[in-house]
Write a protein that binds this ligand. Sequence first.
Ligand SMILES: [Fe+2]
Ligand SMILES: [Fe+2]
Length: 335
Amino acid sequence: MYTQAMDTMAREGGARLEKVLSADEQALQGRFDARIDAGDFVEAKDWMPDNYRKTLLRQISQHAHSEIVGMLPEGNWISRAPTLKRKAILLAKVQDEGGHGLYLYAAAETLGTSRDQMLDALHSGKAKYSSIFNYPTLSWADVGTIGWLVDGAAIMNQVPICRCSYAPYARAMIRICREESFHQRQGYDSLLVMMRDGTDAQRAMVQDAVNRWWWPCLMMFGPPDDQSPNSAQGMRWGIKRVSNDTLRQKFVDACVQQAQVLGVTLPDPDLKWNEARQHWDFGAIDWDEFWRVVGGEGPCNRERLAARVKAWDDGAWVREAALAHANKQAMKEAA
Ligand SMILES: [Fe+2]
Ligand SMILES: [Fe+2]
């Protein structure tokens, strides 16, 4: 997801000061702008403006954190999956998310910040991750709903990033998007089985999960375009390709039909086909809730962060052992 990361910057007081460029830097900047305008990709070793580097680093590291923290809500259900087949699928999916985090940390490292620094920012609460993962998974139907709606929203957000101007990020996203589409399909399939072959209680469980996840999923696209001051710069740099509101509308349009096939009701009385716009109209999003969760006051913010910090602390011996082994190998080679 996770383009919203960029858009929340102004709200977090991240105003940028433009520095005065030397003549050399102005020439480099001119060449950089021309390449972006021509649709060229930027590689790690190419010259880039400081703010382009900072914006990307922020976005890619927050995206990486979201993948890793995103393993927690669903990981909660691995030991309680209803069948061996569902357990194998869920294990594979959660493992994929860990892999996404690793590709993305590697892509962010090409911008000159170490993984330790990025993780430190996460653990100290300085760095953000997608607010969607601060909601709890209360029933098995939440796992299918996350696949259908959360991974579905992630795909909408991430497909345009495959054409991001920063090539290492764009390359990572191509593989990630292929896996995300499996995630979306497995979630939808799991819900379809419950809705078609399940009991009334299972159908009610699916509807309850959809009721709780629908609105937070619409928030995943970030604030409305007119309250998203950094979007224009992101678009100018070719980091962001499609606006928040356009992506959100695309998501709603796709989900309405999918909900009809499933037989669930999307929890929005204002959802109505608009013949003139050729899109579905939808109700007002509770942006106060969004900012509360971004600000750390969601239902699971503290629990999620504590789980990550604990995993980091518990893994200290593995890092020490790996480092000791690497040092021993290096000494052997030197001898
Ligand atoms: Fe992912
Ligand atoms: Fe996913």
